[in-house]
Design a protein around this ligand. Structure first.
Ligand code: GLA
Length: 498
């Protein structure tokens, strides 16, 4: 184990911007229930929530680099490190008489691949097999016309089914010639010429979920071709691949390594649906974000196996210690503006398909509180996109919470009477608070400041209602405030430091 860790540390030192190559990661037994490979941009405030699997264990932290300190009350490492480099610090976990120490790999670099969760559009939910050059161009144009690009929506990604029936005779991947008559490079160029980033899809097996050719055994060939095409993001699915975690790690790492070798800085977005707890290993395999769940459906409550908003909450709520800058838990595509007109997003819905505006807003607000990547998935040809939808997608105050440079995921503070209260630390010392009402009728929620550890250092502040983008009056020195929340709605407040 020692030898493996040493090899890992050496390899890590050779790779400045990822934590990849610790080949022992999957077999490592760990007492920790938090990220073990963490990242920061130089001088940007950093936070690492340190959690043990045993909630009664005592935790302490050793050998922190200059600029970081251990906040034992909140069990977080926090601070700012200005000097770029690969650091290692140790977490000591003491349970009764047992105690052991584990390494945390901490990379500070100005060249991180995904300092903030990506925002953009993915073709799957509504477009599926019709994805084509004209549709991509339409998305790009619409994002500019409607002001979405100016709000930060800047990725456009092809999901499954962009493919030809088979690879070219020389083994290179190739697109469907009818839908992409000018090839992928032309589409990528159009996206880049409009200041955006381009994404593509493949699968860590011989075939993708929809049955197209996958990348297993072709990792370097594909990564090199993606680099030539100027691909910025690869969504890498896991259909038709072996179930064990170790195999998944090896397959994702093979693609992570190939992309790095290809040299275009393509980000790896792992999509194995959370089945193998990718939050514990996907960063080490070279991924910047990973799906935590099955495919999101356009509904509040999914049928058995379906992922409505309620199921996304279930799947994200205990993962906040695994998200951070350059490593994001992904709750899948947003259903904003679909209104039940999607394709596979309409399946497995217990209450849908389609949601109320309060429900769409709840989904959007939670993704922002969670620092989840945000991929819109509506059909640009749809007549059903409303001005209210665009207003939500352009809500800069919510988006700022999603794109906060400290990259934290909100913690669930309380869950009672079907009210979920969340709190999120923000880089400049502000705190975001939200509450979601799962009940079928309106309820009041009280935010009690003393019960919110995130407010420990926040003494003087004023309050903004981030959904309505207005100031919200709260008396100075008050120990909390109460508001009503409509059924299935969410309220979000930013407590702004004075
Ligand atoms: C899986 C993924 C989806 C989508 C489809 C494409 O189901 O989870 O997001 O990429 O495959 O076939």
């Amino acid at each position: 184990m020692k030898l493996l860790s040493a090899i890992g540390a050496l390899l890590l030192a050779a790779l400045p911007v990822t934590a990849a190559s610790r080949s022992n990661i999957v077999t490592d037994s760990t007492a920790l229930a938090c990220a073990k490979a963490v990242f920061s941009l130089p001088s940007v405030r950093f936070m690492h929530k340190v959690r043990a699997k045993n909630p009664h264990a005592q935790i302490s932290v050793l050998n922190l680099p200059k600029g970081l300190k251990w906040n034992s009350k909140r069990q977080i490492v926090e601070g700012r490190v200005s000097k770029e480099g690969n650091y290692t610090y140790q977490v000591k976990v003491k349970e009764d008489v047992k105690q052991h120490t584990e390494d945390v790999y901490f990379t500070v670099s100005k060249d991180l691949q995904m300092p903030r969760p990506f925002m953009g559009w993915i073709s799957w939910n509504a477009v599926q097999s019709e994805v084509s050059e004209p549709i991509v161009k339409q998305v790009v144009d619409l994002f500019h016309e409607k002001g979405l690009y100016d709000c930060g929506w800047n990725y456009v990604a092809l999901d499954d089914w962009w493919h030809a029936a088979s690879r070219a005779s020389n083994g290179l991947p190739q697109p469907d010639a009818k839908r992409f008559p000018n090839g992928i490079a032309a589409v990528s160029k159009y996206v880049h010429d409009h200041g955006m980033k381009f994404g593509i899809y493949s699968d860590a097996a011989e075939t993708t979920c929809a049955g197209a050719f996958g990348s297993y055994g072709y990792e370097q060939i594909d990564a090199d071709q993606y680099a030539r095409w100027g691909v910025d993001l690869l969504k890498y699915d896991y259909c038709n691949a072996p179930v064990e975690k170790d195999s998944a790690f090896v397959r994702y790492k093979a693609m992570g390594d190939a992309l790095r070798k290809a040299g275009n800085g393509t980000r790896l977005y792992a999509c194995e649906w959370g089945d193998r707890q990718p939050w514990t290993w996907a960063a080490e395999a070279g991924s910047n974000c990973w799906r935590v769940s099955a495919d999101v459906r356009d509904c509040w409550n999914g049928a058995s196996g379906g992922e409505g908003v309620l199921q996304s909450i279930r799947d994200m709520k205990s993962l906040s210690a695994y998200t951070g800058v350059n490593r994001f838990n992904d709750a899948d595509m947003l259903c904003t503006a679909l209104h039940g007109t999607g394709k596979s997003s309409n399946d497995l819905c217990g209450t849908g398909p389609g949601m109320t505006m309060d429900e769409y807003t709840t989904q959007f607000a939670l993704w922002c509180m969670w620092s989840s990547p945000m991929a819109l998935s509506f059909d640009p040809r749809s007549q059903h996109i409303t001005e209210e939808d665009y207003a939500l997608m352009r809500n800069k105050e919510l988006i700022a919470i999603n794109q906060d440079p400290m990259g934290q995921q909100a913690d669930l503070i309380s869950e009672k009477d079907s009210l979920l209260v969340w709190a999120k630390d923000l880089e400049n010392g502000d705190v975001a608070l939200s509450a979601t009402n799962l009940n079928d009728s309106e309820q009041y929620v009280t935010f009690s400041f003393k019960q919110i550890p995130h407010m420990e250092a926040l003494k003087r502040f004023h309050v903004r209602d981030a959904i309505n983008q207005i100031d919200f009056p709260v008396e100075k020195g008050a120990d909390g405030f109460t508001v009503s929340v409509r059924s299935h709605a969410t309220v979000v407040f930013r407590l702004i430091k004075e």
